[in-house]
Write a protein that binds this ligand. Structure first.
Ligand SMILES: [Zn+2]
Length: 66
């Protein structure tokens, strides 16, 4: 019985590790996807436009984003 309990403990830990690993992996994937969708780059000078602003013109060269 003792052995079973220890085995269960180990299985639970490894399941938890899997869940954590998946969560980290999916968080990373989510971040990458968001970055691709939300970060616009200036077509003229290549500067990144911050995704949390309403800039219509590039800060650096004043090229229009839209
Ligand atoms: Zn620019």
């Amino acid at each position: 019985m003792q052995d079973d309990a220890e085995k269960n403990q180990k299985e639970k830990k490894s399941i938890l590790d899997d869940i954590l690993g998946n969560a980290i992996a999916s968080t990373k994937k989510h971040e990458e996807t968001n970055a691709g969708l939300e970060t616009k780059k200036c077509k003229s000078c290549g500067a990144a436009r911050p995704s949390d602003t309403d800039l219509k013109y590039c800060d650096f060269c004043e090229n229009q984003f839209y």
